[in-house]
Design a protein around this ligand. Structure first.
Ligand SMILES: [Zn+2]
Length: 231
């Protein structure tokens, strides 16, 4: 894996490559096992670097945090590999929880227990800060009509391999405890079944991504109709 420095810089400036269509970081994380129900699922988290990049693409980690993880994973590849294994275990526990909810089945307790371990871990690093509009209000001492809002931030992470997992676990905790949970669906495409949060106005979204699975289904319907009419 002897990549030169110049190569590293090029890969660092690549465009985002995770398709973040789920509407919630925790669901995007579950979707990192692509084509989950096909005969050949595609693992998008092949190395620890992929996990760090997920942190970068989703914006849950800063560039500096990701740089540190990149460097650390090169220094301790074995520890990074183990951390990736733990991350995948967490992902599969989250999958079990959300899949049970989406299909109206009982949530498996071991999966919820695993997720809870990370949610508890996340609590030690989460900091509540005024959301941007609120902090601007404070700065200008304006008494706006909008009520103050706050958000969770993970800007003081300890720079360990688990860094990306805390915001992911926090995202799952927030979604699971919110009214939005009713709008967590799995893509209607049989091979895809990515998760997404349906924030559309009438809550009738069926596809993870219209341009991907939605169009594919549309073409399939079109061709099967054409076949029938020409038969
Ligand atoms: Zn899909």
């Amino acid at each position: 894996m002897g990549a030169t420095n110049s190569e590293k810089k090029i890969t660092r400036r690549r465009p985002p490559r995770f398709e973040l269509v789920a509407g919630a970081v925790c669901l995007d994380f579950i979707n990192t096992l692509d084509d989950r129900f096909s005969s050949k699922p595609k693992e998008l988290l092949k190395t620890y670097i992929d996990l760090a990049r997920f942190g970068e693409d989703t914006g849950i980690l800063s560039e500096l945090q990701v740089d540190r993880l990149f460097a650390r994973s090169e220094m301790s590849p074995e520890a990074a590999r183990k951390a990736l294994g733990a991350a995948i275990e967490l992902r599969e526990a989250m999958f079990a929880v959300f899949a049970a909810i989406a299909t109206r089945k009982p949530v498996p307790p071991p999966a919820l227990m695993r997720l809870n371990q990370y949610i508890q871990g996340a609590a030690q690093y989460a900091r509540l800060v005024p959301a941007r509009s609120t902090s601007e209000q404070f700065a200008t001492k304006k008494s706006g009509t909008e009520k103050a809002r706050f958000e969770w931030r993970f800007d003081a992470l300890p720079s360990t391999f688990e860094d990306p997992l805390w915001p992911v676990a926090r995202s799952a905790a927030e979604l699971l405890a919110s009214d939005q949970l009713a709008y967590v669906h799995m893509c209607a495409s049989k091979s895809c079944e990515w998760f997404f949060l349906d924030t559309s106005k009438n809550h009738r979204r069926r596809w993870c991504d219209m341009t991907k699975c939605g169009n594919r289904a549309k073409f399939q319907r079109f061709y099967s109709r054409k076949k029938k009419s020409s038969a």
